[in-house]
Design a protein around this ligand. Structure first.
Ligand SMILES: Cc1cc2nc3c(=O)[nH]c(=O)nc-3n(C[C@H](O)[C@H](O)[C@H](O)COP(=O)(O)O)c2cc1C
Length: 137
């Protein structure tokens, strides 16, 4: 059974550009091996993540992520079994003021969840919208 989780959280310290890049690349590799797909964004001290894959693997990973001291205030906004293996790859992005408002970036995040059922897609898009919105304030 496929499972999808989406959460937002707050970094417990500041991360530099190259540090975030290194971490994201390492996690991307691990997820590839576990056949976990998703989206991971870092913007102004906040994380947004969508994880999708085999239920056991996703729950085991989320359990680890939950205990990770590099972030806190984890708010899980989605956690459900899904029918289709539906995310296309694993997108990671460090959103800075430079790339923040590039509409094609947001388009590409939405594109990557197109295979999911429409209700889940809507939920993820709504959360993503408010995550990105919050960052401009
Ligand atoms: C915001 C955030 C997102 C993370 N996302 C992933 C991820 O997608 N894949 C992954 O393997 N580890 C991720 N991690 C790291 C895990 O919490 C954990 O440190 C890592 O999987 C190593 O686990 P280990 O204890 O088995 O070595 C994330 C950590 C944080 C703080």
């Amino acid at each position: 059974m496929q499972h999808a989780i989406c959460y937002i959280s707050t970094a417990t310290r500041e991360f530099g550009n190259s540090e975030i890049e290194d971490l994201f690349n390492a996690w991307k590799e691990r997820n590839k091996k576990e056949q976990i797909q998703g989206i991971l964004l870092y913007s102004e001290g906040h994380f947004f993540q969508v994880l999708e894959g085999e239920r056991t693997a996703v729950l085991a990973l989320f359990n680890k992520i939950n205990k990770d001291a590099r972030h806190s205030g984890i708010i899980q906004v989605l956690g459900k079994d899904i029918q289709k293996g539906s995310l296309d790859g694993y997108i990671t992005e460090h959103i800075t003021s430079r790339n923040f408002s590039r509409p094609e970036l947001i388009e590409s995040y939405c594109e990557s969840v197109k295979g999911m059922d429409s209700r889940t897609q809507q939920q993820i898009k709504a959360i993503l919208d408010s995550f990105l919105d919050t960052q401009v304030l």
